[in-house]
Design a binder for this molecule. Sequence first.
Ligand SMILES: Cc1cc2nc3c(=O)[nH]c(=O)nc-3n(C[C@H](O)[C@H](O)[C@H](O)COP(=O)(O)OP(=O)(O)OC[C@H]3O[C@@H](n4cnc5c(N)ncnc54)[C@H](O)[C@@H]3O)c2cc1C
Ligand code: SF4
Ligand code: SF4
Length: 428
Amino acid sequence: MLGIDEIVTGGLCIGCGLCKSVAGAECIRMVTTPGGRERPVAVRPIPDEALATINAVCPGTQIEGARPETLPDDVETDPIWGPAVPSTLAIAHASDPVVRHRGAAGGVLTALGQYLLRSGEVELVLHVKASPDAPLRSLATVSETPEAVLEAAASRYGPAAVLEDLGGVLARGRRLAVIAKPCDIGAVRRLAEVDDRANELVRHCLTLACGGASDLGKSLDVLDRLGVREKDLRLFRYRGHGNPGPTRVETKDGRRFDLTYQEMWGDEAGWRVQSRCKICPDAIGEAADLVSADCWPGGAPEGEDEGFNAVLSRTRAGVRLFERAVADGALTVVRAIGFRDMDLFQPHQVRKKRAVWARLEGMRAAGMAVPKVQRLRIAELAAGNDEGVNEEEMLGAQQRASAGRLGEPPAGKGQVREERPEEKSAKS
Ligand SMILES: Cc1cc2nc3c(=O)[nH]c(=O)nc-3n(C[C@H](O)[C@H](O)[C@H](O)COP(=O)(O)OP(=O)(O)OC[C@H]3O[C@@H](n4cnc5c(N)ncnc54)[C@H](O)[C@@H]3O)c2cc1C
Ligand code: SF4
Ligand code: SF4
C-alpha cells in the first residue's frame, strides 16, 4: 500500500482530488505546487481504511480498461483503441451551432451533457470550468442546466481536480454524468466498485482523448511572454470558439491576445506534461461510456474549421446515448469511420499505447512503484513492437527514473492553491 506522499513523489499522481474526497478535507488538502501541479497533502494521519480505499481507486495506483459486463454484444476490441461498437464510430458534431462553435472541437461532449439533462436521464453533470475569479485556474463544477454545461465547454489543459468533492456530489443523492479526462473516469469507475452511491448514481462517464495535462507553469509562461500579470486576467481560454479556436487572453483593462494552436502547442518539448501522463496506459478513455476526440489527419490542425469530433461509443450506455442523441437531433453525424482512421487522427496515442509497457518496466527496473494495469493490452501491444523499440523505451524510462525525472518533490503543507495571482503581482 502506498502513502499519499509516495504516490506524489513517485510521479504517479495526476491531481484528480479523489483521495481528498475519500479521506475528507480534514485529512487531505489539495495544493498548487511551485511547479504548477494540483497535489494532495495529508494534513493529519489518514486512517488505514481510507488509505486502502485510496489505493484501490487512485489513478496513480490502479488503471483498468472497460468492465466486460458493461460492453454490448456487437463490441469489437481493437488492440490500440480498445472496445467500441464499429457501427457507431463516426465523425460528428453538436447540432446546435452555438454549442459546436463554443466547444473544444465539435462540441459533442457539451451537447451530450446538455442532452442528458434535458432528457432527465441525469440531474447533474460534474465537469470542469475556468475559475471565475482566477481564469487561468480550472475548477470542478456541477452543472444543473444545459446553459451551465455550455458555460464550461472546451478544454482546460492545465491542472483540474475534478473529483475532489465527488463524495459531496454523491451525497446529494441525484443521478449524474461525469465528463472528465480518462484518468479521472477510471478513478470514478473504481470508486463505483467500492462505493454503492457512485455505482447507483453515476449513470454516464464521458471523456476525451488526452495528450496529457500540462503544469500550470505552461500557461504562466504564456502570460509572461505576453507581459500579462495573472491578477489582471479577465479571460484565459485554451481553445473553442472555433476548431481549434485561438488561445485567447483578455485582461481587465481591455487588452486582448490570440495565439494559434501551433503557437501554443507547436513545440512538444514545451508542453510541460505531467509525469503520470508519460506513462499513461489509458489516455483514450477505455473505461468511459463514450469518447470524443479531435479528428485532424496527422494529429494537428492545419487551420480553422467548423468543428468536428471523432466519437467512439464503448459500453451499452454509451451506444444507447449516442444513438438517441443522434435520433433526437442533439448530434449530427457527418460520416462513419473505422479504427484505422483513429490511428491517422491520433498518431501520438498509437505511439504511446505501444510504448507504455516498456516505460513501466523501465520504472520498475529503477526501483520505482508502478500502477497495477489491467485489461488494457499493453504487454500484448509491446510484444508486437519492432525489434529494439521496447529496449529503447525501457532504458530511456529507467534512465529518466534514476535521474529523478519521473518523480517529483513532495507537495508541502505550506503550499497554497489560489494565492498564486498575488504572488505573481508581487513579483512584477
Ligand atoms: C488535458 C487535455 C488533453 C487533451 N489532449 C487531446 C488529444 O491528445 N487528442 C484529442 O483528440 N483531444 C485531446 N483533448 C480533447 C480535445 O481538446 C477536445 O476536448 C475533445 O476533442 C472533445 O471535444 P468536444 O468539442 O466534444 O468538447 P466540449 O464539448 O468542448 O466539452 C469538453 C468537456 O470537457 C470538460 N473538460 C475540459 N477540460 C477538462 C479537464 N482538464 N479535466 C476534466 N474535464 C475537462 C469540460 O468541462 C467540458 O464538459 C485534450 C483535452 C484536455 C483537457
Ligand atoms: S491521482 Fe488523484 S487520488 Fe491519486 S493521489 Fe493524486 S489526487 Fe489523490
Ligand atoms: S495523459 Fe493520462 S494521466 Fe495524463 S491527463 Fe491524460 S488521461 Fe490523465
